[in-house]
Design a protein around this ligand. Structure first.
Ligand code: HAM
Length: 424
């Protein structure tokens, strides 16, 4: 029996984990520069948090959640996204009483039982951010500028920002009515999913990916003209600020998003380097969600981006994705006598942040030198019995082939100098 990873999941093996670390380190640094702080929540939550938060009629809640009953009979779900969990934490820990504005970020795995394909997994990873407490367009702009800055710092020149406003329940009501009216005569031609959406959430029909549904909604006017005065001026201010900041965007009346909590601003960042799953990131405003989950009325806005998708784009465009770690120094020992000294020298260097490797197979000098070469070490430190007696070691520059003899007490300083390291 050969066990395999579950369908739609992947191992991140040691020869590719550096790419993940590279992305995480860079993203974390940018989040910190925008003064966002990290939130970590449990990987599973009470099912109702997602059902109510994301919306009962969404694909995620209806078809994609990993839900299980624990031994106590309680229903839990592996998080399919982080916003609902962040909101739960915001309410549970009374953050609204602490500081009016909370800026949080996360880097975490999510779970959705979708049909796996390129760029679509069942366990995938997101980095994302949420701002609680500001109803102002500047908060939307802070989030959008943040996400665009992250992609820019990874070297992506032209990811497209798609922008829309989905209004508030007040203005959505009349728009929904209009949609139903326009689509009633062609109801039978809609796909089964959209026929179900007709009553529950007709806005979602606009972003159905099927050509036939797309055609039927071609002439439907965008929501923009139906927005109430407040939503309209909010949207206008977001657009104005983005324009002044030279952040280009495409207005997309079909952009509705697959989660029901959005109000006003909704956006996606897409890349032409990806196939049909072209969204690198998505987000928007959710002014009613905190209240919906039992908290005080608190506006929110945020985004999340898919790490697997970002990696796909970086690899396709041959952009930097970090380097695998390799030993800087390989310590070669000979015989049992030298092994303690070799290990002591290695530890001294390791404590200064030098990446050291040593032989774990009691191999011959020749075999150890071959290994040092193969692993790409810059320096070899050779301590044989002769050297041990004289309290010295031989240091060999692997690229140049030059070697010198040094007292053991001087090794650390010499190596740090040679590697151009400050030491720690
Ligand atoms: P989302 O659009 O569902 O939004 O996901 C955000 C991003 O996660 C997508 O654009 C995509 O890059 C990635 N993603 C989603 N599903 C998968 C999958 N099955 N496989 C690989 N990558 C995937 C949210 O999750 C919202 N919580 C974003 C948000 C935060 N809105 C407000 N705050």
């Amino acid at each position: 029996m050969l066990y395999q990873t579950p369908r739609g999941t992947k191992d991140i093996l040691p020869d590719e984990s550096h790419k993940w670390q590279f992305i995480e380190t860079r993203v974390r640094k940018i989040f910190h520069s925008f003064n966002f702080r990290e939130i970590r929540t449990p990987v599973f939550e009470e099912t109702e948090i997602f059902a109510r938060g994301i919306g009962q009629t969404t694909d995620i809640v209806q078809k994609e959640m990993y839900t299980f009953t624990d031994r106590g009979g309680k229903s839990y779900t592996l998080r399919p996204e982080m916003t609902a969990s962040a909101v739960r934490a915001y309410i549970q820990h009374h953050f609204s009483e602490v500081q009016p504005i909370q800026k949080w970020y996360y880097i975490a795995s999510m779970f959705r039982q979708e049909k796996p394909q390129a760029g679509r997994l069942r366990q995938f990873h997101q980095f994302g951010a949420e701002i609680f407490g500001s109803p102002e367009p500047v908060a939307d702009v802070e989030i959008i500028q943040l996400v665009m800055e992250i992609f820019l710092q990874f070297g992506l020149q032209q990811p497209t920002l798609k922008l829309n406003s989905v209004g508030c329940p007040k203005c959505r009501l009349s728009y929904k009515e209009l949609l139903r009216k326009i689509l009633r005569p062609v109801f039978d031609q809609l796909c089964p999913d959209c026929r179900a959406r007709y009553d529950t959430n007709p806005l979602r029909i606009l972003d159905c990916k099927r050509d036939s549904c797309h055609k039927l909604t071609e002439k439907v006017p965008g929501i923009e003209t139906y927005l109430c005065e407040d939503c309209k001026s909010h949207f206008q201010e977001v657009k104005r600020a983005l324009t002044t900041l030279s952040i280009p965007f495409d207005l997309d009346k079909r952009l509705v998003r697959g989660l029901d909590y959005y109000t006003r601003t909704a956006f996606e960042v897409v890349s032409s380097q990806l196939g049909s799953q072209d969204a690198l990131a998505g987000g928007g405003r959710y002014d009613l969600l905190v209240k919906e989950l039992g908290g005080p009325e608190t506006p929110g806005v945020g985004f999340a981006a898919g790490i697997e998708r970002l990696l796909m784009v970086l690899e396709k465009l041959h952009l930097p994705i970090g380097e695998m770690i390799k030993p800087e120094v390989y310590l070669v020992g000979l015989g049992n006598e030298t092994s303690t000294t070799v290990r002591e020298q290695a530890l001294k260097l390791r404590r200064q942040g030098v990446i050291c490797e040593l032989d774990l197979l009691n191999r011959s000098l020749k075999a150890q030198m071959r290994e040092a070469n193969k692993r790409g070490a810059r320096l070899a430190i050779i301590i044989g019995e002769n050297e041990l007696q004289k309290d010295v070691a031989i240091l060999k520059d692997m690229a140049k082939g030059e070697q010198i003899e040094l007292p053991l007490s001087e090794i650390t300083e010499y190596v740090l100098n040679k590697l151009g390291k400050p030491g720690s």
